[in-house]
Design a protein around this ligand. Structure first.
Ligand code: MV4
Length: 505
């Protein structure tokens, strides 16, 4: 039985994993870089060990150092979270060599799915639809032209070791083939050290819909329905929801069965995700498989009432699946917004810095998976995502209303965030009507940048006046006490409860 888990990650996901550990009475062990001494995951853990300098390569990606710490502190298992070493087959192998349980699938599964050509071959044998295209390395631009003619334009050339949009080029016509082939190949080589590329027919205006799956050591595999992830910007997801407003119960059943077949084809153990592209005619195609827990896993947890981290730990313990497919029933609707320290007016550049004031939302149907606190300095070295807002309600309409309320309640100063942008998404007609695909952000670009509604500005103006009064009052009080004005509490003007813009003095 797993009694001690080393969490080989940082930020909100490290905290998320430790929460489940606590409920299971498992000791959680944090590792941290020199930039993370004061990070929440360190404070949250039962034990914590510094593993190196701030850059990820010297800390969260340092396999040998992590293994050494895991041995020294007698960890039974390692949870890799997402990103960093979560999909590194070499790391999973090193864990096994040292008798440490890697909480995730077998290394061979990670390798088979990490290579997109190999994944396509396996999916075809398993009867899972893939995008029409090729299953071998493209040997030359000439060969590419010939095959493109067969498939029919537009076509995409993709790196076999790619994923998430890297090493990928769209080809509209014959004139573009040679250049696209060459750039995709060289980008693949510099990004992945492997220049194997293949072709796929371009699926127009697709939805990105993924299915959560769970598999145990005994070959039992179930799916936990879908997440709609089409709101993306430059291959970064921003908003996810479940159920998908686009798919029907019939399509859900069919795609769910294909997702299970896909996982069975690689003997999947643990929690994983099957990504599909779905076109406007409801034709769906396997895109890739993610062999880890994903950022957006909470929406599945909210709709199904399942703790996916707990299930991962039980599976790693060798417990047979505790859920049957018949037990899986979606209830209500969940939406997740990713809160990022970034400047949406300045090309979404990341905006690290010190968090001065923070008021997180609360109340019915609200979940916050975050890791920041007042006074915390967001390091420049890692991902700018500071947390996730997740709401649940009985249906999509109420979930949307709730998310608007929650985004209104969230107050953060000291850094720039994408909260205003998220509010605009929650009011964009295409999103409100559930009529959007992966082109949503591009299509609505300018409207999503817009400044707050005028009544919101009015509210802020009243709040500023309130803050000024607060400031004067504090000043007076401090003078009366003849203490230094520097000791006066910071004015919390953003938090004045002036939702209607009325101030009573
Ligand atoms: C595609 C595609 C259309 N046709 N493949 C982007 C990320 C990587 N996971 C695969 N991607 C795409 N592959 C074919 N054959 C369109 C995309 C794509 C996309 C996919 C999912 C979510 C957002 C996207 C945004 C642009 C392009």
């Amino acid at each position: 039985m797993i009694k001690r888990i080393l969490v080989a990650n940082r930020g909100e996901i490290a905290v998320r994993v430790m929460r489940s550990c606590k409920e299971m009475e498992i000791t959680s062990i944090a590792i941290f870089s020199e930039a993370d001494r004061t990070a929440k995951h360190v404070l949250f853990a039962d034990e914590a060990y510094c593993i190196g300098a701030a850059p990820s390569n010297e800390s969260y990606l340092n396999i040998e150092k992590i293994i050494e710490v895991a041995k020294d502190c007698r960890a039974d298992a390692i949870h890799p979270g997402y990103g960093f070493l979560s999909e590194n087959a070499g790391f999973a192998r090193r864990c096994a060599q040292e008798g440490i349980i890697f909480i995730g699938p077998k290394p061979e599964t990670m390798e088979a799915m990490g290579d997109k050509i190999s994944a396509r071959i396996r999916m075809i044998s398993a009867g899972v639809p893939v995008v029409p295209g090729t299953q071998e390395n493209l040997e030359s631009a000439g060969e590419a032209i010939r095959i493109c003619r067969e498939i029919g334009f537009p076509v995409m050339v993709k790196a076999s070791m790619g994923g998430g949009g890297k090493g990928m080029r769209l080809i509209h016509d014959e004139a573009e083939v040679e250049e696209a082939y060459n750039t995709a190949k060289s980008e693949a080589m510099s990004s992945f050290g492997d220049d194997t590329v293949y072709l796929e027919k371009f699926v127009e205006e697709p939805h990105h819909i993924e299915f959560q799956i769970l598999g145990d050591r005994y070959g039992n595999i179930i799916h936990l329905c879908e997440r709609e992830c089409s709101v993306q910007r430059r291959h970064q997801k921003i908003v996810e929801e479940s159920p998908s407003p686009f798919i029907t119960p019939q399509l859900r059943k069919e795609m769910g069965e294909k997702a299970v077949a896909a996982a069975k084809a690689v003997g999947y153990e643990g929690a994983g995700t099957i990504e599909f592209l779905v076109d406007k005619h409801h034709r769906y195609y396997f895109l890739e498989m993610n062999t880890r827990l994903q950022v957006e896993h909470p929406i599945t947890e909210e709709v199904l009432g399942v703790d996916l981290v707990k299930e991962q730990i039980h599976i790693a313990n060798g417990t047979p699946l505790r859920l049957r497919q018949e037990d899986i029933r979606q209830r209500g609707h969940a939406i997740e917004c990713r809160i990022c320290a970034e400047d949406t007016d300045f090309n979404f550049m990341s905006s690290p810095g010190i968090i001065r004031q923070l008021t997180e939302p609360n109340g019915i149907g609200v979940r916050i998976d975050s890791y920041v606190y007042e006074g915390y300095e967001i390091p420049v070295y890692y991902d700018p995502m500071i947390g996730k807002l997740i709401v649940w309600a009985v249906n999509r309409k109420y979930a949307l209303e709730r998310m608007r309320r929650v985004l209104f309640e969230y107050k953060i100063t000291g850094i720039k965030t994408n909260i205003r942008y998220l509010r605009n998404i929650m009011s964009a007609p295409d999103f409100v009507n559930g009529k959007y695909d992966t082109g949503f952000i591009e299509k609505n670009g300018d409207a999503l940048q817009k400044a707050p509604e005028s009544n919101e500005t009015a509210t802020e103006n009243v709040a500023i006046i309130a803050a000024y009064i607060d400031y004067l009052m504090n000043l007076e009080e401090n003078n009366a006490n003849s203490s230094s004005a520097d000791n006066r509490p910071i004015s919390r003007w953003r938090e004045f409860g002036l939702h209607k813009g009325v101030l009573r003095i």
